[in-house]
Write a protein that binds this ligand. Structure first.
Ligand code: NDP
Length: 242
């Protein structure tokens, strides 16, 4: 029987690449979307044309009830939840002195609380079935810290702590919890960078280039499905930058 995955923020960027990657591996796929309703519809068409059982669920990850409901809808549609990918996130590039209370609350609620809500809802379903795997999306900046990205770095470091603690809590129930820490990846999140900024970042990367969403999807799939004795880990997907 096909396995099932739920990916938050799956209508574009790394989330959409991950949805396609899991579909190619034979998974039944559900994604959540917030603003990208057209992206979600387009992805649904592509998935269904290729024979994938697919659901797109509207969900703001800042809202715990909506996240809980997305997990419940997935479990009910697919008869269980094998993999949860907590991918949805936003960036913020500001000096700390320019970062408002609203900026801080917004990024904490989206990036950190959103992952917490996703993990909590998935844990309820997975503990009941005594199996499952969760992959959270952190960032290299959660490991090393980035100048002018204090709030973003704090959320991504928080995801690493959450992942390690939850791996210990859920291991005895047969559930693995890991995270990927991507480097600079070519998605809309970096649309504000100009060509010279991209070139400088590529120069700082030992592999000499920035990464693709598909390369992150492959690392997520590895942790989710292949890495059966790996839990509580942070997999750098960064071309060697850290
Ligand atoms: P994009 O900006 O391309 O996509 C962001 C995704 O997050 C969208 O699917 C968006 O959904 C979703 N999202 C944002 N806010 C919310 C919300 N409140 N509720 C639900 N969904 C939301 O970024 P990437 O694909 O690049 O990023 C995906 C993840 O990877 C993020 O967690 C990011 O921090 C992380 N990452 C990215 C890196 C990069 O260089 N690109 C590097 C390291 C980590 P919608 O469009 O429907 O609103």
């Amino acid at each position: 029987m096909s396995k099932s995955v739920l990916i938050t923020g799956g209508a574009r960027g790394i989330g959409a690449a991950t949805a396609i990657y899991f579909a190619r591996k034979g998974y039944k796929v559900a994604i959540t979307y917030n603003k990208s309703i057209y992206g979600a519809k387009a992805l649904k068409e592509t998935m269904e044309l290729n024979g994938c059982e697919f659901y797109a669920i509207a969900c703001d990850v800042k809202n715990p009830l909506q996240v809980e409901s997305a997990v419940k809808q997935t479990v009910s549609a697919f008869g269980g939840l094998d993999v949860m990918v907590n991918n949805a996130g936003i960036s913020l590039q500001k000096l700390i002195t320019d970062t408002t209370d609203e900026d801080w609350q917004n990024i904490i609620s989206t990036n950190l609380s959103g992952v917490f809500y996703g993990c909590r809802a998935a844990a309820k379903a997975m503990v009941a079935q005594k199996s499952g795997s969760i992959v959270n999306i952190s960032s290299i900046w959660g490991i090393s810290g980035a100048s002018m990205e204090v709030a973003y770095s704090a959320t991504k470091a928080g995801i690493i702590g959450l992942t390690k603690a939850l791996a210990k809590e859920l291991g005895p129930s047969g559930i693995r919890v890991n995270c990927v820490a991507p480097g600079v990846i070519d998605t809309e999140m970096n649309a504000n960078l100009d060509i010279s900024a991209f070139a400088a970042l590529a120069d700082d990367t030992p592999l000499g280039r920035i990464g693709t969403a598909d390369e992150v999807a492959s690392a997520i799939y590895y942790l989710a499905d292949d890495a059966s004795f790996i839990t509580g880990q942070v997999l750098g997907t960064d071309g060697g930058i850290i």
